[in-house]
Write a protein that binds this ligand. Structure first.
Ligand SMILES: Nc1ncnc2c1ncn2[C@@H]1O[C@H](COP(=O)(O)OP(=O)(O)OP(=O)(O)O)[C@@H](O)[C@H]1O
Ligand SMILES: [Mg+2]
Length: 330
């Protein structure tokens, strides 16, 4: 992928293998071998400044594992992540590392779990400001917290309350205010609205979009819900058992999906176009990732399967601006 001046996030050859083996002695006694799970397999994508890249896929496809490697929480087995030209896992200079950490934030699915229940909201929001030494004066920090609360649509008096005094949507707003406190350029949102009521989801999505415009933020947006992704993403990556099977501009992906798996996911979306068409549930089950199917992982579920599909992993085929891992895509 291109690494021009407009690219903020560059992920290349990212891979993560988990070792699920029993301890050595058990393996010796039970005569069992090592067991590994490849959660993320050679994933590449890039995100231009100010845009939103969405990762979609069924449960267990590797979305959160990618997110954790991108923000620096989980070391990759192979590959690299660079943000604003700084290598997340390779940078040795402490000051450059600090600047990079400050520029990345993450928003999680469950806002309650990500907020300390014993702290007042003001203290929760001020914490990153303190940690990164952004405002030495307590009064300035309080003002800044009030400003951030207003930015996410809450009241400055809310700083005195505790997280349990808010609704789910309001708590997600607090988590967003906290994420913004370190003045990040890049925010990873891992299913930020999946735990919320449908009516509240749209409000939070609109808030994220407004903040993006106001602050020039870049997002990596993770969701299993294509209807949500369509609303927010400029480009979409579709994951299947750790591999990116399609990576295309959002408009293109929804109008003309090229991978059979993407088509299957889209057919299962409850009528996003409101055309009155029936939805077809996603057929088949996700295989066990410890022992994935040979060749193209999707071949046992694929309606267009040919014998070659099980022989080797398909290479990336570029069709216009669409990158597809399917031998029949061209
Ligand atoms: N720490 C870990 N140790 C072992 N296996 C793990 C670990 N973390 C994730 N996995 C496995 O890696 C695979 C990918 O998990 P991941 O959480 O990234 O999926 P996901 O796409 O985020 O799923 P969901 O939609 O359910 O959140 C799964 O098979 C999961 O069981
Ligand atoms: Mg996840």
């Amino acid at each position: 992928m291109s690494s021009d001046a407009q690219t903020l996030v560059e992920v290349a050859g990212l891979r993560r293998v988990f070792d699920l083996s029993q301890p050595w002695l058990n393996r010796m006694l039970e005569r069992t071998g090592k067991v590994t799970l490849t959660a993320v397999d050679n994933v590449d994508f890039s995100i231009p400044k100010g845009e939103t890249y969405a990762l979609v896929g069924e449960s267990g496809s590797g979305k959160s594992t990618i997110a954790r490697m991108v923000v620096g929480l989980l070391p990759p087995t192979a590959g690299s992540v660079s943000i604003g030209g700084v290598d997340v896992w390779g940078e040795r200079d402490a000051e450059a590392q600090r600047r990079m950490r400050r520029s990345i934030q993450m928003i999680f699915q469950d806002p309650f779990a990500s907020l300390n229940p014993r702290w007042r909201v003001g203290a929760i929001i001020e914490e990153p400001i303190k940690a990164f030494d952004l405002l030495p004066s307590a009064g300035d920090r309080r003002d800044r917290a009030a400003e951030l609360l207003a930015l996410v649509g809450l009241d400055r008096a809310d700083a005195q309350k505790f997280p349990h005094q808010f609704s789910g949507g309001q708590r997600q707003r607090i988590a967003i205010a906290r994420a913004l406190a370190s003045e990040p350029r890049f925010i990873v949102c891992d299913e930020p609205t999946s735990a919320l009521d449908v009516s509240v989801q749209a409000q939070v999505l609109n808030l994220l979009r407004d903040l993006q415009q106001k602050l020039g933020l870049t997002y990596l947006f993770i969701s299993h819900n294509l209807a949500v992704v369509r609303h927010v993403a400029t480009r979409v990556g579709v994951l299947y058992l750790g591999r990116l099977v399609e990576d295309a501009p959002s408009r293109q992906l929804f109008a003309e999906p090229r991978h059979p798996y993407t088509r299957m996911l889209l057919d299962a979306v409850p009528d996003i176009e409101m055309t009155g068409k029936d939805r077809t549930p996603v057929a088949g089950e996700i295989p066990n990732p410890v022992n994935p199917p040979s060749g193209c992982h999707f071949h046992p579920r694929c309606p267009q399967v040919v014998p070659e599909c099980s022989a080797h992993a398909p290479p990336v085929v570029e069709v216009g601006d669409d990158r597809v891992r399917c031998i029949r895509a061209g």
